[in-house]
Ligand binder design. Structure first.
Ligand code: ATP
Ligand code: MG
Length: 332
């Protein structure tokens, strides 16, 4: 089976519906065709200031939601990045073959560092793409499913793989970035031209996997629509209604045009009730399973330790080749 690798930062207490429908649901599907590696990039999370207790909690929660959402720890490999020390070791080697100018051109660094200014931005924010290249190249995957915003980082990983292979001999598979098939893009319920995001100003536009069903239903019922009354799909003219239709379509698996036909002559209120019911029943089992897993952190930590050991089987082999090829002495 070809190999793929995906991760999601432990930056909040709960994943939101966009993370779930746009990423996790697709990850779950890839497990049939691929030898899939999933990880929680906690080392990336410390490139901006973090609270230690919160990071620990968010890391467990993120991993628990992966499992509850359908990541099968038997078939796939699920691990926490910091528990596989080879990531940091490979990142250093890759950092040493990255040009300073090349790293300076990464747009995410420019965006994030321009907010607080270069004086306060950590060097980790600058070397983040080299760690991400290590995350990827370590597992020799043929493909990396990523969002559009990560394309440039995967491009760098490809460049570094080619450069390393050229200088030190064939070592890495050069992976392709693929923008996932039909990952639904979900927008903020209060501001439906902005994507739903953990970093949105107000929680009112967010649907979190771990929210109580009552809260989810209430947020959907208060979603912004428009002053028209016709249920139609029009991303430009009717972003709020279109977002609700997209959500309902993603959750039920029914095409949008079929939904639109069904709702002919009905009111926004009808649509909202149905969306709320469908989302609540889709998320309910994920929420319950997550809470169960979090109830037994020792067992969860054990599952993650097993995942880290599986990941290290592959990672240590790659690192050994890399160390030998760059000229480090082998341990006796
Ligand atoms: P942040 O605001 O911190 O960037 P985020 O909510 O955008 O957080 P990420 O951790 O950046 O979440 O993304 C994790 C995964 O979820 C990625 O694969 C990303 O493409 C996907 N994703 C995030 N938001 C959405 C959304 N609104 N719709 C669809 N997919 C999304
Ligand atoms: Mg994001």
């Amino acid at each position: 089976r070809p190999r793929v690798l995906s991760g999601m930062q432990p930056s909040a207490a709960s994943l939101h519906l966009g993370n779930y429908l746009g990423a996790l649901v697709n990850w779950v599907r890839t497990q049939d065709q691929y030898d899939a590696f999933f990880f929680v990039p906690d080392m990336h999370a410390i490139t901006v200031p973090q609270d230690p207790a919160e990071l620990r909690e968010h890391t467990r929660r993120t991993a628990a939601q992966f499992i509850a959402g359908g990541i099968d720890v038997e078939r796939s490999t699920l691990f926490v990045q910091s528990q596989v020390p080879e990531h940091a070791q490979l990142a250093w080697v890759l950092t040493c073959i990255t040009g300073f100018g090349e790293a300076s051109r990464m747009t995410q660094f420019k965006d994030k560092s321009s907010k607080g200014g270069l004086e306060t931005a950590g060097v980790g924010l600058f070397t983040y793409p080299m760690l991400m290249a290590a995350d990827i190249l370590m597992y020799q995957p043929q493909g990396v499913p990523v969002g559009d915003d990560q394309r440039q980082h995967v491009e760098l990983a490809r460049d570094l793989a080619n450069r390393f292979n050229h200088r030190f001999g064939e070592t890495f598979v050069v992976p392709e970035a693929f923008i996932p098939e039909s990952g639904a893009r979900i927008y903020d319920l209060q501001n439906p031209t902005r994507k739903m995001s953990k970093s949105s100003e107000s929680p009112a536009g967010l649907i979190n996997i771990l929210d109580e069903p009552k809260v989810i239903a209430k947020r959907i019922k208060s979603a912004v629509t428009d002053t028209d009354t016709v249920i139609a799909y029009d991303r430009e003219g009717k972003p709020g209604v279109s977002n609700l239709l997209d959500i309902l379509s993603a959750v039920t698996g029914r095409p949008v045009d079929q939904l639109v036909a069904d709702y002919e002559g009905k009111m926004y209120g009808h649509l909202k009730v149905d969306v709320a019911d469908a989302v609540v029943s889709a998320l309910q089992p994920v929420r319950e399973r997550t809470l169960e897993l979090l109830d037994d952190p020792a067992e969860l930590d054990r599952l993650l330790a097993t995942g880290a050991a599986k990941a290290r089987d592959v990672a240590s082999e790659t690192l050994e080749t890399v160390y030998r090829n760059v000229g480090f002495l082998q341990l006796g």
